[in-house]
Each structure stands twice: as structure tokens, then as C-alpha cells.
Design a protein around this ligand. Structure first.
Ligand SMILES: NC(=O)c1ccc[n+]([C@@H]2O[C@H](COP(=O)([O-])OP(=O)(O)OC[C@H]3O[C@@H](n4cnc5c(N)ncnc54)[C@H](O)[C@@H]3O)[C@@H](O)[C@H]2O)c1
Length: 262
């Protein structure tokens, strides 16, 4: 979803801000501005997350970061494709909603948009990706952790060896099939895995499993929210779509448990 975004700006370079920036950067997005309590910085060529993290660790602030200039205006109103409020509640209100220039607002923080501002964004066709979906990755992984603790076994422990052995068997059977067909006049036919496959031959680590489970869950939820938005003709109102989606799920579970009347 973020891969095609050109420029982005943030408020709040804390946990959410830093890690959002790291992942967006990895997928080719350019972060042009960041706002903090004591000042904002700007670089239209993009700011490197690692360099900024090191600078903040050494200096306790992002202000004065060498590869940037100070941004004197309100960073929320800066010219960018995607605005990520990642600091605190009620940053986007009816007082500033008309001045926002971003095309997409991605709510990293909880409750950064007031209901009045939300209505203005809808009227202005600005897409708001709501907090209850967008910043739910952390609690999703906490849920995985809870499942792991219930089972008293780490992810992958029961399958690591089986997976690795299966991958070697797969390579061996490709080699044997080729040798049966073409013979091995010049010695055996070497089967060289691609670098991507080589990296996976040993099987998924626990981290790989958690990352892929998280990506799967978030992609699936995004599709469900978009389907709900289409089904009820909600247009860009993804917040209502996300709430409807969540309430429908709760209803389904209660209904199936026989706890509701229809
Ligand atoms: N940490 C998580 O796992 C997590 C997960 C989902 C959502 N959230 C939400 O994201 C938001 C930020 O959480 P965090 O964990 O990154 O907190 P944090 O304290 O690590 O970072 C917040 C940053 O915002 C800055 N800040 C505060 N007020 C500001 C303002 N007015 N303008 C600009 N910068 C300001 C602070 O200086 C700090 O660097 C909160 O709303 C939190 O509820 C956090």
C-alpha cells in the first residue's frame, strides 16, 4: 500500500514515528518532513531514518539534524502526499483540517483526528486510514505472543527441521530428475538455489513467521474494510467501514454462540 507513495511527513518521532519511517523508507517512500515538540525539520530529497535515529540518540532532539533545514510553518500543513500523525490525540481539528495539503492521512497515533476534522476530510476527498486499523499491528503481534504463551512453545519449533529437510529433498529430486533425463556425462548437474530460496532453505525463523502472519492479517483486514466500504457505499469513509466491519465480526461470533436474537 505504501510502496507507491512519494513523499511523507510525520509529527512525532517516537516509537510509532521512527518505525513507520523505517518501513516506509524500506519500501521506497521518501520522508520529507518531521515535526517534534521542540521543532520541525525538512528535506525535499528525503530524510534517512537511521541517520536521524542516531542523531536523536546522541542529541536528544531531531532539531539541528545536519541533512535538513528547520521547517518554520506548521508541519501538519506541509505539502506532501501522505501525512502521518504519530504523536498524540486531536492534532487534526476543524481549525486546521481545511489547510491540510496531504492526499492521504495515515493515523499512526490513536485519535489524532477529531470528528469535525474527519467530516472536513471526507468533503475534501482526503483519504483517512483510521487508527483502529492502521496502528493495530502492535496489538496483533501481542495477540500472537499470547497464543504462543498459551501453547508454551515457540512458533516454528515443531516444523523447523521438517521444513529444512523437505527443502533439501526438493532440491535433490530436481537434480535426480534432470540427471535421469539428460544423464550426467560431465558429472552431476548442480542445482543452485536462487538467493531468495537459499535464504529460505533452512525454514522460516520465528521472526519470519510472526512477520508473515502480521502481513497476512493486516492485508486481509484491509481487504475486508474496503469490501465493507463498497458494500455500504461509504466512499472514502474508511473509519465507518472499519467500525462496521468490527461490529459485524462481534455480532457473528455472538450469533454463532447463540447469544443474540435476529
Ligand atoms: N507504541 C505503540 O506500540 C503504539 C501502537 C499503536 C498506537 N500508538 C499510539 O501512537 C502514538 C505515539 O505513541 P508512541 O509509542 O510512538 O509514543 P512516544 O512517546 O514514543 O512518541 C511520541 C512522540 O511524539 C512527540 N510529540 C508529542 N506531542 C507532540 C506534538 N504536539 N507535536 C509533535 N510531536 C509531539 C513526543 O516528543 C515523542 O517523541 C500514541 O497516540 C499511541 O497511543 C502507539
Amino acid at each position: 500500500m505504501f510502496v507507491l507513495i512519494n513523499t511523507s511527513c510525520f509529527t512525532g518521532f517516537g516509537n510509532v514515528g521512527l518505525h513507520t519511517m523505517r518501513y516506509l523508507h524500506r519500501f521506497g517512500a521518501k520522508c520529507v518532513g518531521i515535526g517534534e515538540v521542540d521543532g520541525s525539520i525538512w528535506n525535499p530529497s528525503g530524510i534517512d531514518p537511521k541517520e536521524l535515529e542516531d542523531y536523536k540518540l546522541a542529541n536528544g532532539t531531531i532539531v539541528g539534524f545536519p541533512n535538513s533545514t528547520p521547517y518554520e510553518e506548521n508541519i501538519l500543513e506541509a505539502d506532501c502526499d501522505i501525512l502521518i500523525p504519530a504523536a498524540s490525540e486531536k492534532q487534526l481539528t476543524k481549525a486546521n483540517a481545511h489547510k491540510i495539503r496531504a492526499k492521504i492521512i495515515a493515523e499512526g497515533a490513536n485519535g489524532p483526528t477529531t470528528p469535525d476534522a474527519d467530516r472536513i476530510f471526507l468533503e475534501r476527498n482526503i483519504m483517512v486510514i483510521p487508527d483502529l486499523y492502521l496502528n493495530a499491528g502492535g496489538v496483533t503481534v501481542s495477540y500472537f505472543e499470547w497464543l504462543k504463551n498459551l501453547n508454551h512453545v515457540s512458533y516454528g519449533r515443531l516444523t523447523f527441521k521438517y521444513e529444512r529437510d523437505s527443502n533439501y529433498h526438493l532440491l535433490m529430486s530436481v537434480q535426480e530428475s534432470l540427471e535421469r533425463k539428460f544423464g550426467k556425462h560431465g558429472g552431476s548437474i548442480p542445482i543452485v538455489p536462487t538467493s531468495e530460496f537459499q535464504a529460505r532453505v533452512a525454514g522460516a525463523s520465528e521472526k519470519d513467521i510472526v512477520h508473515s502472519g502480521l502481513a497476512y492479517t493486516m492485508e486481509r483486514s484491509a481487504r475486508q474494510i474496503m469490501r465493507t466500504a463498497n458494500k455500504y457505499n461509504l466512499g472514502l469513509d474508511l473509519r465507518t467501514a472499519a467500525y462496521v466491519n468490527a461490529i459485524e465480526k462481534v455480532f457473528k461470533v455472538y450469533n454463532e454462540a447463540g447469544l443474540t436474537f435476529t
